[in-house]
Design a protein around this ligand. Structure first.
Ligand code: 2AM
Length: 181
């Protein structure tokens, strides 16, 4: 018999305010590019995609996630884009965010050390907002500022759209910025 498994990935999961702002950008992109909007309650930024993973390994995955120690960071999502090859409309970053890159690198390293397979394509931070988009020039959009304080492990639901949150891990508090005298 096949071992029970789920389609898993680590992600940043927005708070309600950020989610609503991302959804507004989806409205603007949809007006330009059409296609199918992602449901607002599923919006996320994938950090590392594992795919089908045996549920017997879930505890090991949760344990490695708990070892990650990266400071909380802020993302400025200011770059709308559309991929011709898969018709995905998305919002990303025009400047790299070193703490985000560190979080992804540390997750990849911990997964490799624990013999988890994952998609190791170059990380391209983005939030998918549209599928089946007819890509054209991007509309101008207000940047979305996203304070990332934690990351999650998500499982894709099998029968309906949506994800289940299987775990949440806090990012560490950034050091206090000294106030000017
Ligand atoms: P996408 O939104 O750009 O398609 C769940 O499928 C999430 O994992 C989606 O956000 C998807 O990205 C992302 N993902 C990353 N790599 C993937 C892969 N190889 N196959 C499917 N989804 C992948």
């Amino acid at each position: 018999m096949n071992e029970p498994s789920s389609r898993l990935f680590f992600a940043l999961w927005p708070d309600e305010v950020t989610r609503a702002k991302l959804d507004q950008i989806a409205t603007a992109l949809h007006a330009s590019w059409g296609g199918r909007r992602m449901q607002s309650d599923t919006l996320h930024m994938t950090l590392a995609f594992l795919g089908e993973t045996p549920l017997s390994r879930l505890d090991a995955l949760r344990e490695l996630a708990a070892t990650i120690s990266v400071e909380a960071f802020t993302l400025r999502l200011d770059r709308p884009g559309c991929w011709q090859h898969n018709h995905v409309g998305w919002l990303g970053l025009s400047a790299t965010q070193p703490a985000l890159a560190q979080l992804v690198a540390d997750l990849r390293q911990a997964m490799t050390a624990n013999q988890f397979a994952f998609d190791d394509k170059r990380f391209m931070p983005h939030v998918t907002l549209l599928r089946n988009a007819q890509c054209g020039p991007p509309p101008s959009c207000q940047p979305v500022i996203w304070h990332a304080n934690d990351f999650v492990l998500l499982a894709s639901r099998r029968q309906q759209p949506g994800y289940d949150v299987l775990g949440t891990w806090p990012l560490s508090a950034p050091p206090d910025i000294p106030k000017p005298a």
